[in-house]
Ligand binder design. Structure first.
Ligand SMILES: [Mn+2]
Length: 317
């Protein structure tokens, strides 16, 4: 059987989902994706070309929400694919629209959880490796990271993932890392060496970024705008930012218009803002997407986000 694993590229939950998939299917091909249309098309292309192979295909998608704007093309690909030969299992903890679920559930086994209490790695463990202690532990570590609970120690993998994403061969690096984790290696001499190199780059960037913080009061929220760089791991850095500024919400903006949202309390849901962005996605604690403003004009970014937050606040009241 040919197995293909698609997962979220940018965090521990995505990489651990893949690692759990690899414990069950060590032969699997891995893909690491983001929320963009191009990423989503990679999934569709794999389904499409699978018709050419003689073998049975199992596709597992994990930790990725559904891009509703591509529902029709997705569905037409599934309608034309050989149902007995191609099996698709989609495991996710992001919010899904009822319409999408209704349209695809007869083609795809959906393992969805929108309780906001489970990460994708836990769903992968429950679906594929229930009773496997090792997979349970990985799922548990992913939960700790995803929900920002500090109940156990985890090696600096979130930052290692961030570092690997800065390379041209990031997917090979992430695949190698996922294979390592699937074999029980959460830290070794190579990771340690990489972490040291990364530390210098990160600390340099942090110093610069802290000088450029912008703080804005929007409705009842204190919002801090933070320039993001490839070496800054948003979730970890947001804790430092919250400690320093006492803000309720942090908006990280990058050169390409990509925005990451983190919160310090439950005054607002990060994914409520993300839904108003281009290709937005995520959950209450952490979300992201792309802005429409010129990414080089911080004042424009602030106004765009301000408008979104005010709209959310009005519709909530
Ligand atoms: Mn996740």
């Amino acid at each position: 059987m040919r197995v293909v694993l698609f997962s979220h590229e940018s965090d521990v939950d995505g990489i651990f989902s893949t690692a759990i998939g690899l414990i069950r299917y060590p032969q699997a091909r891995t893909f690491f994706l983001d929320y963009s249309k191009e990423s989503f098309m990679k999934i569709i292309n794999q389904f499409f070309f699978s018709n050419e192979s003689q073998e049975k295909n199992l596709f597992i998608v994990s930790d990725l929400g559904f891009n509703d704007s591509l529902l029709n093309i997705f569905k037409s690909t599934l309608v034309n694919s050989n149902k007995t030969k191609n099996e698709i299992i989609w495991v996710d903890h992001h919010p899904w629209s009822k319409n999408t679920i209704d349209e695809i559930h007869s083609f795809v086994e959906l393992i969805l959880d929108d309780s906001g209490k489970k990460c994708a790695s836990e769903l992968m463990y429950e679906r594929f490796l229930l009773d496997n202690d090792y997979a349970r532990h990985l799922a548990n570590l992913a939960h700790t990271t995803d929900f920002f609970i500090k109940d156990q120690y985890i090696t600096p993998l979130p930052e290692i993932i961030r570092y690997y994403l800065t390379f041209n061969d990031s997917y090979e690096r992430l695949a190698k890392l996922a294979h390592k984790i699937s074999k029980g290696i959460l830290w070794d001499i190579h990771l340690s060496e990489d972490y040291k190199k990364y530390g210098f780059l990160r600390d340099n960037d942090k110093k610069q970024v802290l000088k450029e913080l912008k703080i804005k009061k929007i409705d009842d929220l204190t919002v801090v705008f933070v320039r993001s760089t490839p070496y800054i791991q948003t979730s970890l850095f947001s804790e430092e930012i919250f400690n320093q500024t006492d803000a309720d919400l942090a908006i990280f903006y990058g050169k390409n218009g990509k925005i990451s949202i983190r919160r310090n309390n439950d005054k607002i849901d990060c994914n409520a803002i993300a839904l108003k962005l281009i290709d937005g996605g995520g959950h209450k604690f952490a979300a992201g997407g792309t802005i429409r403003s010129d990414p080089n004009k911080i004042e424009d970014i602030i106004s765009e986000i301000e408008e979104m937050i005010l709209k959310i606040k009005i519709s909530n009241n």
